[in-house]
Ligand binder design. Structure first.
Ligand code: AP5
Length: 178
């Protein structure tokens, strides 16, 4: 089974990914984690990505699609923070179709912006300062929210209320994809 976790920055994708990969034995494919690993390793790609991530902008489609293509295997995957643009979603559909696979469910974690800002300021990751958070949220509105309609039209979108305890949200996701 292939699943996508879709949601604004700080909506809890990474937190809920832990539960889902364990419950369904999925490969965890987080483009944010992959990019942070490139930065930690001091690669050329990491150096380029760091400036973009610190500004709250999106890394280019070609780079993130390439990272996913290099890691996809035949077992099911949980996509966390990918796709983030229509071009990425179309590329993912094609990559999976070439492998005789498809997306089973797209879980959209819906959390209001005030809660998101509070969560991220409490976490304090390098890109969790107020100015970058504001930009990440507006980039999400402009470039990633269109994916809601994209997957709704495919009949794959599962709306989940992302506010509440981690356990409550896990239970809602489990029910939505059952
Ligand atoms: P990425 O790492 O994907 O970050 P993000 O989408 O901004 O998401 P976060 O990791 O901030 O949040 P999350 O939704 O995983 O929530 P979490 O579980 O951590 O991307 C970073 C950057 O990389 C992007 O800005 C972009 O530049 C680049 N990038 C990545 N993918 C890309 C792509 N596909 N294309 C182009 N560029 C890309 O939770 C957040 C906090 O809330 C945590 O502290 C957590 O403990 C807490 N929390 C979680 N659940 C709850 C709860 N129920 N109640 C209270 N607190 C909670």
């Amino acid at each position: 089974m292939n699943l996508i976790l879709l949601g604004a920055p700080g909506s809890g994708k990474g937190t809920q990914a832990e539960m889902l990969i364990a419950a369904h034995n999925l490969q965890h494919l987080s483009t944010g984690d992959m990019l942070r690993a490139e930065i930690a390793n001091g690669t050329t790609l990491g150096l380029q990505a760091k400036q973009i991530m610190d500004a709250g902008e999106l890394v280019s489609d070609d780079i993130v699609i390439g990272m996913i293509a290099n890691r996809l295997n035949d077992s099911g995957a949980l996509f966390d923070g990918f796709p983030r643009t229509i071009a990425q979603a179309e590329a993912l559909d094609k990559l999976l179709a070439d492998n005789h696979q498809n997306i089973a469910h797209v879980v959209y974690l819906n959390v209001d912006n005030d809660e998101i800002v509070a969560r991220m300021l409490a976490r304090g990751r390098e890109d969790d300062n107020e100015e970058t958070i504001r930009n990440r949220l507006s980039v999400f509105e402009a470039q990633t929210k269109p994916l809601i309609d994209f997957y709704q039209q495919q009949g794959k979108l599962r709306h989940v209320d992302g506010k509440g305890s981690v356990e409550e949200i896990s239970a809602r996701i489990a029910a939505a994809i059952a």
